[in-house]
Design a protein around this ligand. Structure first.
Ligand SMILES: [Fe+2]
Length: 331
């Protein structure tokens, strides 16, 4: 076992390379290792096998999103729950069959420890040519014995505007010059920008930009990034293609506005995984995902989706204690 970490006080527990070239990692009572095709996880009461590409795509998002809101299910067995300061790592906890068989397991970790462990695992297990954020048609293979790395891709910074992208001192707009070319499936998206003519003295307060053009230049999929902020109201648009690599379990309501193309959502009960509904969203459709579900999206062609998040940190407690409903609106 060895340890190496930039976070002071955090000690990642990892082994040397196995015959396939990959290091193994331990986090509390969980152990993780991989070979050419698969990732293996075990814990005191059970074990799990997952395809390496699916696991890395989920791991990439959990790391980049700082464990996101609520639950990030890597699949029907493994995942994390964000307690905003600590994180639960679980196996089988949100799976009815695993729970009834009493094989499920949960362990809570300080966020810096699980973040550092996952970040090192992601970097060590991602081979040259594979980008876990890219669509399958736009990246190489995750498989085979370890060959090279793709550190630039797996440490890509997530866009989080303080006010709005394009404002002075905030996240920049995208262009050919910033290395963001128009995606092959958005070649028909107009690239003109609105004319903004603020009165003198208001140049830093009046702003607009072409969101469609901005999204047409996204080089990643299923990665909500913050483009505008008004107090706790965050606009987190994203471009989607193929399958959302995680099953997101909500701890608050999320609104979806379909901006282009089509996404199919599989919606399940957050805690048991029981099927609740299937939602097909076409351009202009709006949906509110309740606070007690989990969902996974399928996009047959690159699609633009506006995810509207409420970052109010009181919401999970108000909803779980019943003071707020799990749905935002009654018809
Ligand atoms: Fe979600």
């Amino acid at each position: 076992m060895s340890s190496a970490q930039s976070d002071p006080g955090v000690r990642v527990v990892a082994s040397g390379p196995n015959p396939a070239g990959y290091r193994g990692f331990s986090l509390g009572e969980f152990r993780f290792w991989r070979d050419d095709y698969f990732v293996y996880v075990d814990w005191p009461t059970g074990s799990h096998v997952a395809s390496a590409d699916a696991f890395l795509k989920a791991l990439q998002r959990d790391v980049a999103w700082e464990f996101f809101y609520g639950i990030v299910n890597f699949d029907g067995v493994i995942g994390t729950v964000n307690h905003y300061g600590t994180v639960d790592l679980f196996a089988g906890r949100y799976n009815d069959a695993w729970r009834k068989a009493e094989l499920d397991h949960v362990q809570n970790f300080p966020t810096p420890l699980i973040r550092a462990t996952f970040a090192q695992m992601l970097d060590d297990w991602t081979n040259a040519g594979f980008d876990p954020f890219a669509s399958p048609d736009e990246t190489g293979s995750a498989f085979g014995p370890k060959h090279g790395a793709n550190t630039a891709a797996v440490t890509r910074r997530r866009v989080t505007a303080a006010r709005m992208v394009g404002l002075g001192g905030d996240e920049p707009l995208r262009s050919d010059a910033t290395g963001h070319r128009v995606n092959r499936q958005f070649a028909d998206v107009a690239q003109d920008e609105p004319l903004v003519q603020p009165q003198p003295g208001f140049g830093d307060r009046v702003h607009a930009f072409n969101l469609f053009a901005y999204l047409s230049r996204s080089d990643v999929t299923w990665n909500p990034s913050v483009v505008s902020v008004c107090k706790d109201s965050l606009y987190c648009p994203t471009t989607e293609e193929y399958i959302l690599p995680i099953i997101h379990g909500n701890d608050r309501v999320e609104w979806f506005v379909q901006l282009s193309d089509t996404i199919y959502w599989e919606v399940e009960d957050r805690d048991s995984g029981a099927v609740r509904s299937r939602v097909t969203m076409h351009p202009g459709d709006v949906a509110a995902m309740p606070a007690d579900i989990r969902h996974q999206g399928y996009a047959p062609k690159r699609a633009m989706l506006l995810v509207w998040e409420n970052a109010d940190s009181a919401l999970p407690g108000l909803i779980s204690s019943g003071q707020l409903p799990t749905n935002p609106i009654d018809f």
